[in-house]
Design a protein around this ligand. Structure first.
Ligand code: PMP
Length: 413
């Protein structure tokens, strides 16, 4: 388990009321939402901000001379400032807006990978990657002749760091690893991974989709060259995400998409490009989503990431303790460094039956391969049930889950 970090008194009962959906019913029961790793819920502060923008403030950005366009541009650009300080990037120019983690990784794989990889170069991934951090590299490897190497995972669900050290070599161009596993819950030692890659002269990308919503992330401390995440897993809107990249790398990378806004000068003979970060942001961007994301960052910062981490630490300890008491339940992923989720299986009950029967009791969890088929194969299971927490969950939610699972089990006994 990760360590609690502080003693900050925050009224989480009150905070829970910010999320209207948590007081609603699902299939005739009060909703218990435990699918936060897939997408988190949105507090009314963020929904209200989006509503206000869409009703009264909307205009296109960067192009208009009129006041409304300038106001929209200011609000849209504010997210860049907020993200920059939220993750402690060295400059606002290092924050690229994308449509999410998947898009951010595709951008790096295509822009950096296509221009830096050649035949026989190696890209190191880990066995516990989300498909978003596998497939884009495979697609680029097919075009360039690069080869994918994979860090194995131990029985407890940790990265085999000795194997990682052995994989690093003169051909390693890129190391791309998940910060917190969405399938196992493992928190990986990303600073160590990054330091080792840099000593080897390799570039590092960290998939932070499951980390940034739950802990204070300092990209300069981690030291990775690229760090990516999605707004919708951290109380923000869908369709928006971030690519953080070190400025000197972004500056030398070519644009990934062409179109309006990303140009300096266009003629039919030749186009020159805008500066970083704008050269990566072609076309009308997700304006309202960036403004909603600003509000989400304000919301999280008001609670405080340390308080969030501490609250989730308490909840996940309770979750693991309660699930451990259920006969026949086996965890998939039992790292000492576990984030706020638990994946589990039963020998004689399929995960989709668990999910369906819990849903009928108003309890939303995720079942399946969690877009991480290789790691499920590693553990010899086709699917798991995954309960993933957020700071707005309660011990009562976990009690309802345990009751629900016991009810599911009663069908199969
Ligand atoms: N990486 C990880 C670790 C994830 O959990 C997810 C979402 N499940 C993604 C990448 C993809 O994120 P998105 O769908 O927002 O692009």
């Amino acid at each position: 388990m990760k360590q609690a970090v502080s003693d900050i008194a925050v009224d989480f009962e009150k905070i829970r009321k910010d999320f209207p959906i948590l007081s609603s019913e699902l299939n005739g029961h009060p909703l218990v939402y435990l699918d936060n790793a897939a997408s988190s819920q949105m507090p009314r502060q963020v929904a209200d901000r989006l509503d206000r923008y869409n009703r009264f403030e909307h205009s296109n950005v960067h192009r208009g001379i009129h006041t409304l366009s300038q106001k929209a541009t200011d609000a849209y650009e504010e997210a860049r400032k907020k993200v920059h300080s939220f993750i402690n990037a060295a400059s606002e120019d290092e924050i690229i807006y994308t449509t999410g983690t998947t898009d951010s990784i595709n951008l790096v794989a295509n822009s950096y990978g296509l221009t830096h990889f050649s035949e026989g170069d190696e890209v190191i991934l880990s066995e516990m990657e989300h498909h978003a951090n596998i497939v884009p590299w495979q697609m680029v490897a097919e075009k360039t002749g690069a080869v994918i190497k994979v860090i194995p995972v131990t029985d407890s669900g940790d990265l085999d760091m000795e194997a990682y050290k052995r994989l690093l070599g003169p051909k390693t161009k890129m190391v791309a690893v998940i910060h917190v596993s969405n399938a196992l819950g493992t928190i990986n030692p990303v600073k160590e991974i990054s330091d080792l890659a840099h000593e080897n002269g390799s570039v590092v990308l960290i998939d932070g989709a499951q980390a940034v919503p739950h802990q204070k992330v300092d990209v300069q401390e981690i030291g990775a060259d690229f760090y990516v995440f999605s707004a919708h897993k951290m109380c923000g809107p869908t369709g928006f995400g971030i690519l953080y990249g070190k400025k000197h790398l972004l500056d030398e990378m070519p644009p990934y998409r062409g179109g309006g806004d990303m140009i300096d000068k266009v003629t039919f003979e030749k186009t020159t490009y805008n500066v970083t970060p704008f050269k990566f942001e072609a076309g009308t961007p997700p304006i309202s989503a960036s403004i909603g994301f600003s509000a989400a960052i304000d919301y999280l910062e008001k609670i405080g990431m340390k308080a969030i981490e501490e609250r989730e630490y308490e909840l996940v300890n309770y979750l693991v303790e309660q699930l451990s008491g259920i006969n026949g339940l086996k965890f998939v992923g039992e790292s000492e460094n576990r984030a706020c989720l638990a994946s589990f299986v039963f020998d004689h009950i399929h995960a989709s039956d668990v999910g369906t029967l819990l849903d009928k009791q108003g309890i939303a969890i995720r079942t399946g391969h969690h877009c991480a088929q290789p790691i499920l194969r590693r553990f010899n299971v086709p699917a798991t049930s995954r309960a993933s927490l957020s700071f707005y969950n309660s011990k009562e939610d976990i009690d309802r889950l345990v009751e629900g699972i016991n009810y599911v089990k009663s069908f199969f006994e």
